[in-house]
Design a binder for this molecule. Structure first.
Ligand SMILES: [Zn+2]
Length: 363
């Protein structure tokens, strides 16, 4: 079987100085994949991205936002200075161009999966996207790559049901905003969002009561994790919430917003995951993809700032995508505190099931 890897040097051209969401993140990942000879293995295929069209960007974003990033990049070019879009989101002269390729890399990967050139894929792209919504760029993000990909699959590829799984440490508030009322197309979408509790981390949202409205009601599913939650807490989410809902929803395509800032050493966050945790989670997600989605999984890169750990975590995920078992295992205590597990098992999960029960027969 073939696993696609989207990458192009254009992603390094979104060059924003000493910003933590730096081009170095991708360089370290690609260096590590080369060191492990991943791209020499014929089971992996390098996918070159294309540019998304403006029509496709507008599936999700207002035209004014597209004009804003164009003019900010022109100003960066003219002044020779990095421009601040908001408190923590910056742009350089090539940011707009790189952003079109960041979306387009995901669209190209979706095509390669649908036409059978690869079974699944990982889009190693930047800038990331999950904090941007229809009318605002934020949280290091420009265009919302995963939301546009979902709309592309609905509108151009006749996919009817998509599950988005966002495991970045920060709540995927932009994607949630975009789909809070459901997709504007005919498609149905369910979004599973796990993140460090919003009371302790940017962007301060993603609580269990945020479940969507209208057509989207009951289809936004948030799982806030207390600081220091370890690998076991994400397994609980899958077993207790994601698996039963997906058995009922039967997604035809799974899109994953993969951030690697849940690692216990990441300086932006306070979680307790190892670098094998995302891959173990992905193994579980693959069982859903196998049963309902003809194995179709497309992962897109979001955050992750402890670059060496991130590279190992990405490598582990690629191994799982390709049914290989050369996992890099980190030896450290992997269990959450008993008190934390009790809170998840006895309070948060039962409450979440109760909130979702009007919308899902499984609860
Ligand atoms: Zn993040």
């Amino acid at each position: 079987m073939t696993t696609g890897i989207v990458y192009d040097d254009i992603y390094l051209q979104h060059r924003i100085g000493t910003h933590v969401e730096s081009h170095e993140r991708l360089i370290v990942i690609m260096d590590f994949l080369n060191e492990k000879k991943v791209l020499e293995d014929s089971d992996f295929k390098l996918i070159k991205p294309r540019k998304a069209t403006l029509e496709q960007i507008k599936y999700v974003h207002r035209e004014g936002l597209i004009k804003e990033i164009q003019s900010v990049c022109e100003l960066a070019e003219k002044t020779g200075r990095i421009q601040h879009i908001d408190m923590d989101t910056d742009a350089s002269p090539m940011t707009y161009e790189a952003s079109l390729y960041s979306v387009g890399g995901n669209l190209q990967a979706a095509d390669e999966i649908l036409n059978g050139n690869c079974k699944n894929a990982f889009a190693l792209v930047r800038p990331p996207g999950h904090h941007s919504n229809s009318h605002k760029f934020s949280g290091f993000c420009i265009f919302n790559n995963i939301a546009i990909t979902a709309e592309y699959l609905f509108r151009e590829k006749n996919i009817k049901r998509i599950a988005i799984i966002d495991w970045d440490c920060h709540h995927g508030n932009g994607t949630q905003d975009i789909f809070f009322n459901g997709s504007k197309s005919d498609g149905e979408l369910v979004m599973f969002n796990s993140h460090q509790d919003g009371r302790t981390l940017y962007p301060g949202s993603g609580f269990i009561g945020e479940i969507g409205t209208g057509k989207g009601k009951g289809k936004i599913i948030n799982y806030p994790m207390p600081p220091r939650a370890a690998d076991d807490v994400i397994s609980l989410y899958f077993d207790e919430i994601i698996a039963p809902i997906c058995n009922e929803f039967k997604p035809e395509f799974i899109l994953i917003s993969a951030g690697f800032d849940t690692h216990w050493t990441d300086e932006l966050t306070m979680m307790g995951w190892t670098y094998q945790a995302p891959a173990n989670y992905l193994k579980k997600i693959k069982t859903i993809a196998k049963e309902f989605a003809n194995d179709r999984i497309l992962i897109t890169l979001e955050g992750g700032y402890e670059v060496d750990k991130q590279a190992k975590a990405v490598y582990n995920c690629l191994q799982v995508l390709n049914d290989k078992y050369d996992q890099l295992i980190e030896e450290k205590p992997k269990k959450s505190d008993k008190e934390l597990l009790d809170y998840m098992n006895n309070k948060l999960i039962p409450k979440l099931k109760e909130i979702l029960s009007p919308y899902w027969k499984c609860f």
